[in-house]
Design a protein around this ligand. Structure first.
Ligand SMILES: Cc1cc2nc3c(=O)[nH]c(=O)nc-3n(C[C@H](O)[C@H](O)[C@H](O)COP(=O)(O)O)c2cc1C
Length: 383
């Protein structure tokens, strides 16, 4: 067995993995009518080609009212109680399982950053924690309204229903997307949440929505099949970051999740997934010296997936620090279907093409070469 932690097996919740390299969730806008396409089957199967690798799906709407936006309403996959959607995911997940790999579905509600026109056409309102749009969103500012308490409870239930649908499709688990300025993160952040009820006004109240989702989904499918993603340091989608406010807010979230696991092992989440301060949404950034995930890492004793700007050596060194760290790769996994194989063998990586991140079709999606094919082509050229 490898002495390098990154390539050693690890169990996360109910799921046994053979390595600690994770495919980060990556929106690719190639679904049709919210159903993953046959191209998605090939794309994920390719990336699961090293057995025992965890793939986290692209962010996936939990309900038709959860989406609509710059990404289009229907090119993002959904996961709700709809036979065509569940069948579409089943094909994807069966493909990943046939390679011996595992898949979590990332559960997504975009809240206030949705597109009002798309939502209203479908009979839904634009909602968020408060009637506050992100800076510069004039249309959003005209229409966004605060969710009522019954609507918040309904949202929590939709996460539960989506998680059940994910398991019905064969998923190994779900990841609650509480990062990058989407609905749960909008509740967490003081500048997008001005509520005066039990969902706003204090650290505890701002964390309530995310924790209620996690508790309800865990009760429904088992905490050992639930992960959550946080991005404490991102300013993406107008999330405010400050040393005084960010640290206690996210320490509280980590403490609460740790407390659940300590009090009752069956309530320990499969993992927490945290984005490094050097990543900001889909771009890189230079962190301030006080922006660090170390304070959170000290609180949480469970499995921790770390993402954002990892190259091979940094991933190896970081995973070597303890026996519970996994490393998620985003852009490198887009461009290298056999990323785990290349990392293990220390082979050169293909560079990603930003222009094809969000376009339809196979280009930049399923046509990145496997190293073995690249090698054969090079040899043919030499002959
Ligand atoms: C094209 C693209 C799409 C992304 N989509 C998502 C997403 O659906 N959900 C999410 O949580 N993060 C998303 N991210 C962020 C990545 O998961 C990851 O955190 C980021 O790319 C930094 O990691 P990297 O440096 O390894 O690429 C996306 C990033 C990119 C480049």
């Amino acid at each position: 067995m490898s002495t390098v932690n990154l390539f050693k097996p690890i169990k996360i919740g109910a799921t046994q993995l053979q390595n600690r390299v994770v495919m980060a969730p990556l929106t690719r806008t190639r679904a049709q009518k919210n159903i993953p396409s046959d191209l998605a089957v090939e794309y994920y199967k390719q990336r699961g080609s090293s057995p025992g690798t965890l793939l986290i799906s692209e962010a996936t709407y939990i309900h038709p009212s959860s989406g609509g936006g710059g990404f289009g309403a229907e090119t993002v996959p959904g996961i709700w109680n709809d036979s065509a959607i569940v069948a579409g995911w089943k094909k994807v997940i069966d493909g990943v399982h046939s390679e011996g790999s595992k898949m979590y579905i990332q559960l997504w509600d975009i809240g206030r950053v949705a597109d009002y026109e798309i939502l209203s056409k479908n009979g839904y309102d634009l909602t968020g924690p408060s009637a506050i749009a992100q800076a510069g969103d004039e249309e959003g500012a005209k229409h966004v309204r605060a969710l009522t308490i019954p609507e918040i409870k309904q949202k929590v239930q939709r996460y539960v229903d989506a998680a059940k649908a994910a398991l019905e499709a064969g998923a190994d688990g779900v990841e609650v997307h509480s990062a990058n300025g989407y609905l749960p993160d909008q509740f967490i952040h003081w500048n997008s949440n001005h509520r005066t009820d039990e969902y706003g006004g204090s650290i505890e109240n701002r964390a309530r929505f995310t924790l209620e989702i996690i508790d309800a989904v865990s009760a429904a499918i088992g905490a050992d099949r639930v992960g959550v993603r946080f991005s404490p340091w991102t300013t993406f989608q107008d999330m405010e970051v400050s040393e005084e406010k960010t640290l206690p807010q996210f320490k509280y979230l980590f403490e609460q999740l740790e407390k659940r696991g300590v009090e009752d092992a069956s309530k320990r989440l499969s993992y927490i997934h945290v984005i490094e301060p050097r990543a900001n949404g889909i771009f890189d950034m230079t962190p301030e010296p006080w922006q660090s995930n170390e304070p959170f890492r000290k609180i949480w004793t469970g499995n921790l997936i770390r993402a954002g700007g990892f190259n091979r050596q940094l991933a190896i060194d970081t995973a070597q620090e303890d026996d519970k760290t996994l490393i998620a790769f985003g852009r490198r996994f887009i461009a290298n279907p056999d990323l785990v194989y290349r990392l293990e063998k220390d082979l050169p990586l293909t560079k990603w093409d930003r222009d094809t991140f969000y376009v339809p079709g196979p280009k930049g999606y399923t046509d990145y070469p496997f190293y073995k094919d690249q090698l054969e082509q090079d040899q043919e050229l030499k002959q």
